[in-house]
Design a binder for this molecule. Sequence first.
Ligand code: HEM
Ligand SMILES: *[C@@H]1O[C@H](CO)[C@@H](O)[C@H](O)[C@H]1NC(C)=O
Ligand SMILES: *[C@@H]1O[C@H](CO)[C@@H](O)[C@H](O)[C@H]1NC(C)=O
Ligand SMILES: CC(=O)N[C@H]1CO[C@H](CO)[C@@H](O)[C@@H]1O
Length: 559
Amino acid sequence: MTWTVVTTDIIIMTSSSSSSVTSPVSCEPARAVTGSCVCVCVREREREQMIECLGPTHSDMSALLLLLLGLLPLIICVLRARKRRDDEPPLINGWIPFLGKALEFGRDAYRFLEEQKKKFGDIFTVHIAGKYMTFIMDPLLYPSIIKQGRQLDFHQFSDKVAPIVFGYPPVMNRKSPGLHDEIIRSFHLLQGDNLTSLTESMMGNLMLVYRQDHLSERPGEEGGWRSGSMYEFCNSVMFEATFLTLYGRPSSASRHSEMVVMRENFVRFDTMFPLLVAEVPIWLLRRTKAIREKLINYFLPHRMSCWLNTSHFIRRRLELLDQYDTLRDVDKAAHHFAILWASVGNTVPASFWAMYYLVSHPEALEVVRREIHDVLKLSGVEFSSDQDVMFSREQLDKLVYLESSINESLRLSSASMNIRVAQEDFSLRLDGEHSAAVRKGDIIVLYPQSLHMDPDIYDEPQTFRFDRYIQDGREKTDFYKDGQRLRYYRMPFGSGSSMCPGRYFAVNEIKQFLCLLLLYFDLQLVEGQTRVTVDCGRAGLGILLPSTDVRFRYRLRTV
Ligand code: HEM
Ligand SMILES: *[C@@H]1O[C@H](CO)[C@@H](O)[C@H](O)[C@H]1NC(C)=O
Ligand SMILES: *[C@@H]1O[C@H](CO)[C@@H](O)[C@H](O)[C@H]1NC(C)=O
Ligand SMILES: CC(=O)N[C@H]1CO[C@H](CO)[C@@H](O)[C@@H]1O
C-alpha cells in the first residue's frame, strides 16, 4: 500500500507580533491566521486528497475511507492549527491535518531537521502526525534537557507505542499494579555482575553457530574462498546466538529447529516496524498481524518452560509476568517477543556496520586483528583455528581499538530519537539565560544524528576513522563544540532515563562476534560494488539499515 499524498506544504509561522501565512494557493486572502481559516482551506483540499489517496479498490480501504470521512469534521475541528504563544519556540505547522510535516520528516528526517535549524535556529516545534515535537538541536543544551527528568517523562510515551507495536496491553495500568516498576528493575539483570554470565553464555553460543555453520569444511571445498552476503551473514549469526543466550535452547538439542523461519518472519515484521510505530493500524499492513502472531506464539509459556539455559533476565521476567492473573498467555508471550525485538533489532544492523567498515578498511582491520591476538597472548592463549576460543569480559574490556571501531560505526549508523513527554505546562531551562515554554503533552526530542554528523565536532564526519575515539592508546573523551567541551558526544543508546539497558551486553556481543570473525577468517569485499549507503527509512528509530546488501568473501585463516 502506498500513500500518495504529495502536495506543496505551507509553513505557518505565527508569533505574537505578526501572524502571516506564506501564500497557500487555495487559501487566499489570508493575512491573519486564525484556526478557522486554516480549517477552511484545508477542508476542501483534504477531502479530495483523501479520496485520491485511498482509492476505492480494496474493501479494507473503503472501510477506512468511510471511517475517515465520517470523522473528518471532527478531525478538522480538533486539529485547528495551533498558534505559537509568547516565549514558545518557533512553530512549524504543515497544513495537512493529522500529518503536519510528517511526510517531509519521514522522507529524510536528518535533512529536514538540518533545514529547519538553518531557518529557525537551535530549538523549534514541528507538528508531526498530530503531535507537537520540540527539537533541541544544540548538543551543548542536551545536559540541561536530560537533567529535567521530573517534568519530562519517557515511559509514558513508550507505554503507549510499544503495546501497539508488539501487541500486549499497556503496562501502566490499574490492572497490573507495580508491573512497570518490576520490568524496569529486571533490566539490572543485563548489567553489572550478571553481564559476566551473559557474556560467557554468548561466547559459547557464538562459537557454536560459527563452528556448525561456517567453520566446518563443506563437501568439495578445501580451504578456498566462500562468498556470502554480509547483512545476511551478520543476521544469521547474531540473531541465533543472541536468541540462545537470552531465551535458552530446546531441551533435546543445542539449537532451535525453527530458527530460519523465525528469522524470516522477524525480518518481515521488522520491515513494517516504522509504520507500526507511526500507529498505522496493523490490519492495514497486509499479513503483518499474522506474522506477529506467529512470532509471539514461539514464546507461549508451555514452550518456554521446556527451554534450558535461559538467562536470569528472561527467567526473572517469566516469574514476574506470571504474578499477574490479568495477563493472558499471549500477552506474556508478546512481552518476550518485544524483548527479542529490542535485543536484535538494533544489534544486527550495528554488527553489520562494524563488520562492513572494518572489512572495507583493511588497514584498520589489521590493527584490530593484531590487538585481538595480543590480548589472547597476554593471557597465555596460543590461538589455533582448529580450536574453540573464549573471550572473558576482562579480555573484551582491553580491546580498545576494537571498541573505538564499533563506537565509530555506531556514530555513523545510528539515528535514534530521544523522546520525552512534558508532564505539565512549564518553562524548559535551556542554559543560563534562556528558556522556552512547552505545553503539557508536548514531546521534547533530542536528535543525536545531527550531533554525530556535525563537522564542528567531528572532522570529516562522513569518514570512518577506526581510531577516532583513541588518544595515546587510551579512550578519547574530549570533543568540542564552539570551543566548549561536550558532555554528550555519542549517543546511539539514548540518554538519561531512557538509556538502553542492554548497551553493555550489546557492545560485548558485537565485540565477540568480530573477534571470532577476524581470528578465524580472511575477509574481502567482492570488487566492483558501489559504496553502501544508509537507508533512512527508519530514521529516528535506532540503527539504520544499509540500502543494499554487500557481497563479501571469506576463507579460513591458516594460523
Ligand atoms: C547496538 C545495539 C543496541 C542499540 C543501538 C540500542 C538502542 C536503544 C535505544 C536508543 C533505546 C532507548 C529508546 C529511547 O530512548 O527512546 C533502547 C532501549 C532499550 N533497549 Fe536497546 N539497543 C541495543 C541493544 C539492546 C540489547 C542487546 C538489549 C537487550 C538484551 C536491549 C534492550 C533494550 C530495552 C529493554 C530497552 C527499553 C528500555 C526502557 O523501556 O526503559 N537493547 N535501546
Ligand atoms: C547450561 O546449563 C547447565 C546446567 O543447567 C550448565 O551446566 C551449562 O554450563 C550451561 N551451558 C551454557 C552454555 O551456559
Ligand atoms: C565506546 O562506547 C561505550 C558505550 O557508549 C563506552 O562505554 C566506551 O567507553 C566507548 N569506548 C571507546 C573506546 O570509545
Ligand atoms: C549470575 C549472577 O551474577 N547473578 C546475579 C544477578 O544479579 C542478582 C541481583 O542483582 C544477583 O542476586 C545474582 O547473584
